[in-house]
Design a protein around this ligand. Structure first.
Ligand code: NAD
Length: 265
C-alpha cells in the first residue's frame, strides 16, 4: 500500500486528488494538510471532497505525519516550504504547482540531490503527448512559420501564462534553437509593430470555469497547423499525479517530469 499525503487538500486540485486516492488500487490517503488558519482545518478530507468520511482530518502542518509520497498542488511559497520538510525527512514529492520562479526551480533541483521529485506543470497524458507532437511540428516547420500559444483557464487561476503554455513554448524554442527568454512575447497592446519571425507569442484568457485549454499555432504562408489540448476535468491531472507517485516509489533521489513517468523520453 502506498501512503499518500496531500497538501492544499481543500483546494480544487486537492479535493480532486483526495477523491482519486479513494479509487486508486494500492494507494490510500493518510494525511491532508491546508493553510494554517483556513476554514477547513479539522474537517474530514473525504467529506470535503464529496466521497464520504475517510477518517483523515485536515491538519495545519506536516509535523508528526508519516507518508510515502506527498502530492502538492498549492502555490509557490507553500510548495517550497513543504519541499524543505520533505528534504529533511527524505520523503518523495510530486509537485504540480505552477508559477514557481527560476530561484524556486533551482531550490527544487538542489533538493532532488537528497530526495525523489516529479515536477511537471501538467500531469495529463494528453498534454505530455502534445509536448512530443510540438517538438516534431517545430522541427519540420522550422523558421518558416510564426508560433503563437493561446491558453484559457478558469477565473481563479493565479498565474499567467499557464505553466503548461510556458513549457510548450520551451519545447518549441528548444526544437528551434531559440532562447525563450529572448523571444517570448507576452500579450500585445497598442502599436506593437511588425512581428519578428522568431517571436514565440503567448495569449491568456481567464473566464468562467474552463479547466484548461491550450493551442499552439504554427502559421505559415498559405497554411496553418494547430495543436490543441482541452482538459475536460481535473481528474486527468489527479490521475497523472497518482501515476507519478506510483512510479516515484522506485526512485530514492532525482528530479523527474511526466515525460520520464510516461516513458516518453
Ligand atoms: P486552489 O487555490 O483551488 O488550491 C490551492 C490550495 O492550496 C488552497 O486550498 C490553499 O488554501 C492551499 N494552500 C495554500 N497555502 C498552503 C499551505 N501553506 N499549506 C497547505 N495548503 C496551502 O488552486 P488549484 O486550482 O487547486 O491549483 C493549485 C496549483 O496547481 C496551481 O499552481 C495550479 O496552476 C496548479 N495546477 C497544476 C496542474 C498540473 O497538472 N501540474 C493541474 C491543475 C492545476
Amino acid at each position: 500500500m502506498i501512503d499518500i499525503a496531500v497538501t492544499g487538500a481543500a483546494g480544487r486540485m486537492g479535493r480532486t486528488l483526495v477523491e482519486a486516492c479513494t479509487r486508486e488500487e494500492g494507494m490510500r490517503l493518510v494525511a491532508a494538510v491546508e493553510r494554517p488558519g483556513g476554514a477547513s482545518i479539522g474537517a474530514d478530507a473525504g467529506e470535503l471532497a464529496g466521497v464520504g468520511k475517510l477518517g483523515v482530518a485536515i491538519r495545519a502542518g506536516l509535523n508528526g505525519l508519516d507518508f510515502d509520497v506527498l502530492i502538492d498542488f498549492t502555490q509557490p511559497e507553500s510548495t517550497l516550504a513543504v519541499l524543505e520538510h520533505c528534504r529533511k525527512h527524505k520523503k518523495r514529492m510530486i509537485i504540480g504547482t505552477t508559477g514557481i520562479d527560476d530561484a524556486g526551480r533551482q531550490r527544487i533541483a538542489d533538493a532532488a540531490r537528497d530526495m525523489a521529485i516529479v515536477h511537471a506543470p501538467n500531469m495529463s497524458v494528453g498534454v505530455n503527448l502534445c509536448f512530443r507532437l510540438l517538438e516534431t511540428a517545430a522541427r519540420i516547420l522550422g523558421d518558416e512559420v510564426d508560433v503563437e500559444i493561446i491558453e484559457a483557464h478558469h477565473r481563479y487561476k493565479a498565474d499567467a501564462p499557464s505553466g503548461t503554455a510556458l513549457k510548450m513554448g520551451e519545447v518549441v524554442a528548444q526544437a528551434l534553437g531559440r532562447d525563450l527568454k529572448e523571444w517570448g512575447v507576452y500579450g500585445r497592446r497598442g502599436i506593437s509593430g511588425e512581428r519578428a519571425r522568431k517571436v514565440i507569442g503567448f495569449s491568456s484568457i481567464r473566464a468562467g470555469d474552463i479547466v484548461g485549454d491550450h493551442t499552439v499555432l504554427f502559421a505559415g504562408g498559405g497554411e496553418r497547423v494547430e495543436i490543441t489540448h482541452r482538459a475536460e476535468s481535473r481528474a486527468t491531472f489527479a490521475h497523472g499525479a497518482l501515476r507519478a507517485a506510483r512510479w516515484l516509489m522506485g526512485r530514492k533521489t532525482g528530479l523527474y517530469d511526466m515525460q520520464d513517468v510516461l516513458g516518453l523520453r
